[in-house]
Structure formats: C-alpha cells, structure tokens
Design a protein around this ligand. Structure first.
Ligand SMILES: [Zn+2]
Length: 212
C-alpha cells in the first residue's frame, strides 16, 4: 500500500472491516493523509514451471511456491525426489534474472545435484601436472582419446583409473572413475572439443599456471 499523496509505504491502521478482503482505513506515517485501502491478499500457492538438467538430459516439472516469496539463483530446492540448485530464473517478460518475486516467475532453470560423482583430473604439460576435482553426473561417459577442456586448458584423455583398474583404451562412466589423465594440447590444436568441464570444477588441487 502506498500513500496516494506522498508515496510513503508505512501507515497506521485506523479501522478495519470485512473478513476476506479487508477494507482498511489507514493514516500515512509520513504526511498523515487518511485513505481507504484493501488489505494485501494472503499468500497463496503458485505452481511454477521448472526445467531440471542433468548434463545431456533435461525435463520439465513443477514446484509449489508461495506468492509472497522471492527466489534467487543458487537456492537449493527439493523437487521430484532430487536436490536441485536454481541456476537461472526467467521472469514473465522473458528476461533471465538473478532474483525474482515468485509471482513474476515464468520458468525456473535448475541443475540436479544428487547424481554427481566427484573425480580427479590430472592434466600433464610435459611433466607439470595440474590437478582438479570435478563433479560430474554419474552416468557421464569419459573415453580414452576424448578431447576436453578445463579452465581454458585443452587436453586429450590418455588414461583412466577406475575403482578396479587402470585403463588405456575404452571408456568408463564417471560413477566408477577415480581419476582421469590427460595430456595438455597446444592452444593451436584443432581437435574438436567433446566437453568443457570448467563449470563442474569444485577444486583446483594443484597450482594453476598460466600457459598462454
Ligand atoms: Zn502520505
């Protein structure tokens, strides 16, 4: 409620009548103008569309939120028996925003968190090894020969250590991988990139140097 004279939002309630949509007689705290208002509605439930992604796949679902809430990116939600993190919010005007009143949300974009597998990546640059911890979806496949990138470093996978063995050929799913070994490729290398894992890095475990 906003005072029609001065625009101030705080007021004192002088009189109130009605049960559901209360008619109020209020006095502006700023200019003392007295005016009639309808009390703000009670919060109500809203079904909001959510797109949840897990690497290559994504699906649409809904979540129940309340009309008086705000949502911001980074918020953790529990949807369809999964922990998900809000990565982006699209408002009713079609803009991507970092925070938004629930009533103005068109779509929530979220990524699933509970299917991740944490694995190490060691990237070798002629003896200098840079190591990362990366969280990947459990079913994410990594093959010997894959060309990947982490934080601007392009590499080719030459070895995979799984829970049971060391592999020099073939592929494995992230859920059984402990460590991936890659050789750094020059920035001029033309090999087609299969994946960029930069956004999945949770930790740089050895000092990152500038190779540019
Ligand atoms: Zn006023």
């Amino acid at each position: 409620m906003v005072c029609p004279v001065c625009g101030f939002e705080e007021y004192e309630i002088l009189k109130s009548k009605g049960k559901k949509n209360k008619e109020l007689l209020v006095k502006c705290d700023e200019c003392n103008h007295v005016y009639h208002e309808t009390a703000p509605e009670e919060a109500y439930e809203i079904q909001v569309r959510v797109v949840i992604s897990e690497f290559e796949t994504s699906w649409k679902t809904n979540i129940t939120l309340y009309s008086d809430e705000y949502l911001e990116t980074g918020t953790l939600l529990y949807i369809d028996d999964k922990d998900v993190e809000v990565t982006s919010i699209e408002n009713n005007e079609g803009n991507r925003v970092f925070e938004c009143p629930v009533v103005d949300i068109q779509t929530i974009w979220a990524k699933s968190l509970d299917t991740l597998s944490r694995i190490g990546f060691s990237i070798d640059n002629s003896g200098n090894v840079i190591s990362y911890k990366v969280e990947l979806e459990r079913e994410f496949p990594i093959a010997i020969g894959d060309v990947g990138e982490i934080n601007g470093l392009k590499f080719r996978v030459y070895g995979i250590k799984t829970l049971e063995r060391n592999m020099k050929k073939g592929f494995a799913y992230a859920r059984v991988i402990k460590r991936v070994y890659g050789k750094l490729l020059s920035s001029k290398d033309k090999s087609k990139l299969k994946y960029d894992l930069s956004e999945y890095v949770v930790k740089v475990t050895s000092k990152e140097k500038n190779y540019n």
